[in-house]
Design a protein around this ligand. Structure first.
Ligand code: EPU
Length: 329
């Protein structure tokens, strides 16, 4: 794909010099997000530690280049035209995993942002430590999970964290105690932009067999009720106050609705699945159809939980049209 010369060309050269093979031009985002859709990022940088992140922020300071923070891409739709500016890839380095004794018989776990939630759940289970069972089956990294306050009805990051370390774009590394952080339902509100670099979790001694059973049960439950065979981004919509999005969508008769190769899952209607070769535009159109229909049938406005980023393709530079770009019911 060819773009007009970027106004950030000089900056991109500096970044390539500073980050070597951890700087990537025209990085395909479809390879980096679960949904397997989306155009390339102009520049993708993978810092592996706090110093790298601070170097990156120093280099881009004052340039005005847009930035986007990428973790595992489990909750993301990137539009077909890709992402202009710098994507900060937080899936490399940042991998500490250190248990230590805490007060009142608790155990603390210091964990880097790039660690998979799955690894944390497993590491706790192996040691007979309780407190992270709710994370069983949750995809993605600890950093992404903290930022989105990932969780289930049984627990979430907000309820398990003691503190979170973040780097701000001015380069400051700051550790926030739990009571300084405003977690929300699937979110964390901060007054300044931030990147999570690690968390400190509170665990307690538990019965290893019971912990293992809770994890196995959760994963079995998810495998039965959520579509895992096909690319998706988990729940597309937040649950509104009075009824789960999945039920509202199902009752509106939307199960199996298709736009191109994006489909409202017939396993769980709050999931959209990529049947293979879907475009971001198909997914976004389908999201619009679901919202409009649920509003019509239930009078409820659904809000997306999934994050949408990037740009539509230029008119002159369209994404390849799929074979069946029509709506099907
Ligand atoms: N339902 C239907 N039809 C469907 C799917 C669900 O009628 O096709 C009904 C179910 O019968 C149930 C209700 O909707 O009564 C809720 O469904 P479910 O129990 O599957 O949970 P959910 O509220 O849809 C939430 C999280 C999931 C998480 C599960 C399990 C949100 C938006 N979603 O789903 O999180 O895995 O609970 O804890 O909070 C995610 O965040 O990506 C995600 C998958």
């Amino acid at each position: 794909m060819t773009h007009a010369a970027s106004p950030y060309e000089a900056l991109y050269r500096d970044l390539e010099r500073a980050f070597g093979d951890r700087a990537l031009r025209d990085a395909p985002m479809s390879e980096r997000i679960n949904f397997r859709v989306g155009g390339p990022a102009d520049m993708l940088i993978a810092p592996t530690d706090v110093e790298g992140l601070q170097t990156l922020f120093r280099l881009i300071d004052g340039s005005g280049v847009p930035t986007f923070i990428l973790a595992s891409g489990t909750n993301l739709v990137v539009r077909d035209g890709g992402i202009r500016g710098v994507v900060i890839d937080m899936t490399r380095g940042f991998d500490e995993l250190e248990f230590s004794p805490g007060p009142n018989g608790a155990t603390h776990l210091r964990v880097g942002a790039a660690r998979q939630v799955r690894d944390v759940v497993e590491a706790c289970a192996e040691r007979g430590l309780a407190g992270m069972e709710w994370g069983a089956g949750i995809p993605g990294t600890v950093g992404g999970g903290i930022k989105g306050n990932a969780g289930t009805r049984d627990g979430d990051f907000a309820g398990t964290l003691i503190e979170v370390a973040m780097v701000h774009p001015d380069g400051e590394l700051r550790v926030y105690a739990r009571d300084e952080l405003r977690f929300e339902y699937r979110g964390l509100a901060m007054d300044r932009p931030f990147i999570v670099v690690r968390g400190l979790l509170r665990l307690r001694d538990g019965d290893p067999a019971a912990i293992r059973r809770a994890i196995d049960d959760m994963i079995a439950w998810r495998n039965q009720r959520q579509p895992y065979e096909m690319p998706s981004a988990g729940s597309i919509f937040k649950n509104p106050e009075h009824a789960p999005a999945g039920r509202l969508i199902d009752q509106a008769g939307l199960k199996g609705t298709r736009v191109g190769n994006a489909m409202v899952s017939d396993v769980h209607t709050n999931f959209i699945v990529n049947l293979g070769g879907a475009r971001a535009a198909d997914i976004i159109e389908l999201i619009g159809i679901v919202k409009a229909r649920v509003l019509e049938v239930h009078g409820i406005e659904l809000r997306t939980e999934v994050i949408l980023v990037g740009e539509d393709p230029d008119e002159a530079d369209p994404a390849p049209a799929p074979e069946a770009a029509h709506v099907e019911r």
